[in-house]
Ligand binder design. Structure first.
Ligand SMILES: C[S@@+](CC[C@H](N)C(=O)[O-])C[C@H]1O[C@@H](n2cnc3c(N)ncnc32)[C@H](O)[C@@H]1O
Length: 264
């Protein structure tokens, strides 16, 4: 997969693991697979979410699907201690073809990279048993708000979102999850918003979250620089703006992602 905004280098693979832990209180706030046994995770990356799922739901067996052999190789290493509770399949989620049917599924930060999210969800649905429970978690980049304006941060963020669209993804796919899951044929679907809301009440979270955002945005830098969409100067100024947000207790930072829960 040549067109993938975050790339697959070891630094990015470590970032994904750290991201899983930092965002877990938000992502897993309402996730419940306690009555499920066989879970299908599409776009499992290096296994950051898989690890959390395996730990939180000790009865689960998970099949990890990713289109990147590099990610799967690292996931095998990261999840080796879970033995045969986890297995790995290299496939494109949009043309998923497995012999089993699962009672649950999890897709996180993956649909945003796919040119046809509906195709992936339809293929996912084909691999589920009646009544299966699914959680899909996705970005909604248009929700970003800061006060005051941090123009360099905003500029770089917009470059990243535009680049993602240019290579076939959708940085606002989160807001369409209700439509997409309904169109794919899921019988019930509820959505909730979660994410970041920093203001003067945020305390230590401010530093932790702005550091996280800096790493997230930097992860797109190699692709943005190589494509000519971004300059080194724009990268540096974005980092400086995030430092400012991290140091200004009164600065407001707001960003929401969307999590859909659906059943078949
Ligand atoms: C941002 S990472 C998220 C990984 C993991 N879900 C997590 O939260 O740590 C997105 C992953 O989706 C995978 N991916 C992108 N398009 C895919 C597709 N069409 N089918 C399967 N995996 C895909 C990428 O290889 C990458 O590992």
């Amino acid at each position: 997969m040549a067109d993938y905004v975050h790339g697959f280098d070891p630094e990015e693979q470590l970032r994904l693991q750290a991201q899983g832990e930092i965002l877990a209180p938000m992502v897993y706030r309402e996730v419940d697979f306690s009555n499920c046994k066989h879970l299908l995770e599409v776009g499992s990356g290096v296994g950051a979410q898989t690890r959390i799922l395996l730990e939180r739901f000790p009865q689960l067996q998970i099949t990890c699907v990713d289109s990147s052999q590099v990610q799967l190789a690292q996931a095998r290493i990261n999840l080796a201690s879970f033995g045969d509770r986890v297995r790995f399949v290299e496939q494109d989620g949009c043309s998923l073809s497995l012999s089993e049917r699962f009672d649950s599924a999890f897709v996180c930060w993956t649909l945003e990279h796919v040119s046809s999210p509906i195709q992936l969800l339809v293929r996912l649905k084909e691999h589920l048993q009646p009544g299966a429970r699914v959680y899909v978690t996705e970005v909604f980049n248009s929700s970003l708000y800061t006060s005051p304006e941090f123009p360099h941060f905003r500029h770089y963020f917009d470059l990243m979102s535009s680049f993602q669209r240019k290579i076939g993804g959708n940085p606002d796919v989160g807001i369409a999850l209700g439509n997409l899951l309904t169109e794919a044929g899921f019988s019930t679907c509820s959505t909730r918003f979660d994410g970041f809301y920093l203001d003067r009440r945020s305390g230590e979270k401010r530093k932790i979250f702005t550091a996280y955002w800096k790493e997230l945005l930097k992860s797109a830098a190699p692709a943005l620089l190589a494509s000519g969409d971004c300059s080194l100067q724009a990268l540096k100024l974005m980092e400086e703006d995030l430092e400012k947000i991290g140091n200004d207790q009164n600065a407001i930072f707001f960003y929401q992602f969307v999590q859909a829960k659906a059943t078949l």
